[in-house]
Write a protein that binds this ligand. Sequence first.
Ligand SMILES: [Cu+2]
Length: 182
Amino acid sequence: MKKLFLALALFLPAGWAVSDDMSGMSMSTPGTTPTTASASAPITAVAEMSPTQGNTVQGEVKFIQKDGYLLVTANITGLPPGKHPYHVHENGDCSAPDASSAGGHFKPSQPPPGATGSKPVDVADLGKLTADSQGKAHRTFKDKLLQLSGPDSIIGKAVVIHASDSPARIACGVIQLQQDNK
Ligand SMILES: [Cu+2]
């Protein structure tokens, strides 16, 4: 039985090992070399969020390159009540107690396709996180304006989460390339 599974696994197309759902990721790929698997893996980046001084916000914002868009997933805890704007900021530096070191909003050198309409588009805007009664927020959306590769890659930039009622920065995390598919 095990032998049959191995034989089947070897005949699967290379792309199958990096299927979209999480269950696919937990599958090991017996008999294949890691280099082959990582060559076809989607680019993935994650910002591990840390609270600024006086706050308790934690969690992560994950970016996965898909065909023509980034899948952006936020899993955050410790949020005060309300809707919290979050953005990509230009400096991957969360060292200041108030995260002012992250600077202003990230601006690409070239306006991306899809941001060239008549009114200006804030490419850095990721929308809003709505905290539930436990202070948790989960949000996934498709972003067609940001990139994980090329000259306007957001890797090395920061994600900043703001208070619901002021521009105060309540959490910050540097966007880092994820090397493996864990
Ligand atoms: Cu911001």
